[in-house]
Design a protein around this ligand. Structure first.
Ligand SMILES: Cc1cc2nc3c(=O)[nH]c(=O)nc-3n(C[C@H](O)[C@H](O)[C@H](O)COP(=O)(O)OP(=O)(O)OC[C@H]3O[C@@H](n4cnc5c(N)ncnc54)[C@H](O)[C@@H]3O)c2cc1C
Length: 403
């Protein structure tokens, strides 16, 4: 097959790898607007099940990704001078530069043609292809050109956020919630390698304007955030995006959905098809899983019956992402309504932070939800004890009373 991919992000690079590894006769071109080695963003998280799946699909790139990833096994939250730690959340993170470097090298080694510096805004710029994969991210221009056919819908989150990096290496997934005279501002921070961490700062639009973040230039804004999060940063400066140009680095999150993922010989993949709020750390994993699904459905249709392959891909992935889309909606909503939770104890608040994907939480008073959750947790523990220990105890008692 002749395949043209618009955008060289994780979704299209991984798709090219899987297709080429299965059948080297495919002619695949990836058209990426950036130059090699340049990308936006810092580290991205992923979870142990993804690494296993990557290993099943392409062991060579999976080994390199695992070797460049770091792991954490606890979450830490700072609130009103207290620090709460939760053990047991195992996660991984990898620098976006490293991830794209690994996927680019692997794709090129398999014979995928990657044309950097190709900014595609019109179908006339595309090479002749049986299939055009639109993997150019949340702001996909060709998708927007056919927005009616795809049924593209976009909605903006209420909060402001900025994606920063810092040289301080956080070994736990770390949150800090700080109350200012203009309202709450908070960060999520996690290490992604030996040299740095992702540091995402978020606040309501009112707090953002109150702190003058809408008026300060980049240097002043970074200085203010370094001051606000000084305890956490311990002197490490914050670093902004180098590619933003004149655009503000502060954004509101765009949630994208499409009723149809295909139109003529175009198919959507990754963020171009769907986005999920960054606070659930799932977008890259979903993009890679889209690639796995599309590569498999094309292979199953023997690269001949493309419409069936595309419709199977769309059906499979739309169903698979429903849980993440729901979790992302509720997670974004939790942060947009942060003041519902800030008068709880740090332990209670962190506990509900971990439950922010729950559809029930927005409808119950937070303290009541917390108490119910604790009681149910205790009930579950009792049930478990009864099942595990109870049967052994009963057996031991029976044998003790046996004549
Ligand atoms: C603040 C923040 C934090 C995040 N943290 C995480 C996380 O921890 N874990 C996680 O899994 N996900 C995270 N994500 C989401 C993740 O970054 C995306 O879901 C993921 O990158 C989607 O991959 P993609 O290949 O679909 O698109 P992208 O990674 O966006 O790649 C698209 C590519 O297309 C190129 N492009 C765009 N337009 C054109 C054009 N017109 N012509 C040619 N090329 C073009 C771009 O340069 C880019 O290289 C985060 C997102 C944000 C905003």
């Amino acid at each position: 097959m002749k395949i043209a991919c618009v955008g060289g992000g994780p979704a299209t690079l991984y798709l090219s790898i899987l297709l080429k590894a299965r059948d080297p006769r495919h002619e695949i071109t990836v058209l990426e607007r950036r130059l090699p080695g340049s990308t936006y963003g810092w580290g991205v998280t992923c979870w142990p099940d993804l690494l296993e799946e990557l290993n099943q699909h392409d062991p060579a790139s999976a080994r390199a990704i695992a070797a460049s990833s770091v792991s954490w096994s606890s979450g830490v939250a700072h609130l009103r001078g207290a620090m709460v730690t939760h053990q047991g959340d195992v996660g991984h993170a990898i620098g976006r530069h490293e991830l794209l470097g690994i996927l680019t090298d692997r794709a090129q080694s398999l014979g995928v043609q990657i044309e950097f510096g190709s900014h595609i805004v019109s179908a006339t710029q595309l090479p002749e292809a049986d299939l055009v994969v639109l993997g150019d991210g949340v702001h996909s221009q060709l998708r927007d050109h056919h927005a009616k056919a795809f049924g593209t819908r976009k909605s903006q989150g209420a909060n402001k956020y900025i994606w920063l990096g810092t040289a301080r290496v956080f070994t736990s997934f770390t949150f800090a919630f700080i109350q200012t005279e203009h309202g709450w501002i908070w960060c999520y921070a996690y290490g992604y390698g030996p040299h740095g961490s992702t540091f995402i700062v978020e606040c309501s639009a009112e707090t953002w304007a109150g702190l003058a973040l809408d008026r300060l230039d980049e240097e002043q804004a970074l200085g203010l955030m370094e001051e606000i999060f000084s305890d956490l940063l311990a002197g490490s400066p914050l670093v902004g995006r180098t590619d933003a140009g004149d655009r503000s680095q502060w954004q509101t999150f765009t949630t994208v959905t499409n009723t149809s993922w295909t139109h003529e010989n175009l198919v959507l993949i990754g963020d171009a098809a769907h986005t999920t709020h960054y606070s659930i750390g799932a977008g890259t994993s979903l993009a890679l899983r889209d690639a796995m699904s599309l590569a498999r459905t094309l292979h199953e249709a023997e690269y001949a019956d493309t419409p069936t392959a595309l419709s199977n891909y769309t059906r499979e992935r739309k169903k698979a992402i429903l849980t993440s889309q729901s979790a992302a909606r509720h997670s974004a909503h939790w942060y947009e309504n942060l003041t519902r939770y800030t008068n709880m104890t740090p332990h209670q608040m962190f506990s509900l932070l971990g439950q922010r994907h729950s559809p029930l939480l927005p409808h119950l008073p937070p303290r009541l939800y917390f108490q119910l959750d604790q009681a149910l947790g205790r009930l579950e523990a009792m049930r478990w004890l009864k099942q595990r220990v109870g049967s052994k105890l009963a057996a031991a008692l029976q044998s003790a009373h046996r004549p």
